[in-house]
Design a protein around this ligand. Structure first.
Ligand code: AR6
Length: 184
């Protein structure tokens, strides 16, 4: 396993696959698979708040006070507290309901809105976890296809971002991403 995401950079690609813990990834912005309360939870959300410290929750509480709940597919940005990243972009993935509730569009919105927010905040390197594939139950293969397709489309129309890193935590997602990223 590589120790840093930079070791996984392939020539001619702005997409990087890295296996590890997103809280340790030094990019401009890491994305959090949050819930609409923005007030923390389990999984990667819990790990980010634990490792980043109370500054992240304070910033989330300010956003909550200003704009209320964060709708599914939308994203907000905060400090990354003590994390090596500069920012955390919190996005709310869809809960999988057999694909009958526009989950693919909502998941695509998560990736697209997060990247848009990154660019607006001059973040050139962005790391994503596998949004919705844990507690929210989105099938991993379907989620990986949406993630890769959406990020590729965004990068094709953008020249600001340098690298987008898919940070995978488990072997199944790693194998899926490796296979899908190998096909153009
Ligand atoms: N680094 C990278 N990926 C991780 C890490 C980590 N440290 N920890 C877990 N993952 P989940 P969701 C992976 O459940 O499905 C929370 O309670 C994990 O293996 O964190 O979007 C929120 O507050 C999985 O592939 O997020 C929400 O209520 C992926 O991250 C709800 O869970 C996402 O799993 C969101 O559910």
């Amino acid at each position: 396993m590589a120790h840093t995401w930079q070791e996984e950079i392939q020539s001619n690609s702005r997409l990087v696959l890295f296996r590890g813990d997103i809280t340790k990834v030094a990019v401009d912005a890491i994305v959090n698979a949050a819930n609409s309360s923005l007030l923390g939870g389990g999984g990667v959300d819990g790990a980010i708040h634990r490792a980043g410290g109370p500054a992240i929750l304070e910033a989330c509480q300010e956003i909550r006070a200003r704009q209320g709940f964060c709708p599914t597919g939308e994203a907000v940005i905060t400090t990354a507290g003590r994390l090596p990243a500069k920012y955390v972009i919190h996005t709310v993935g869809p809960v999988w309901q057999n694909g009958e509730m526009d989950e693919p569009e909502q998941l695509a919105n998560c990736y697209q809105n997060s990247l848009k927010l990154a660019v607006e905040n001059s973040a050139k390197t962005v790391a994503f976890p596998n949004i919705s594939t844990g507690v929210y139950g989105y099938p991993k293969d379907k989620a990986a296809q949406v993630a890769i397709k959406t990020v590729r489309k965004f990068l094709a129309e953008d020249s600001f971002l340098e690298y987008v890193v898919f940070v995978v935590f488990d072997q199944e997602n790693y194998d899926l991403y490796q296979r899908l990223l190998a096909t153009k």
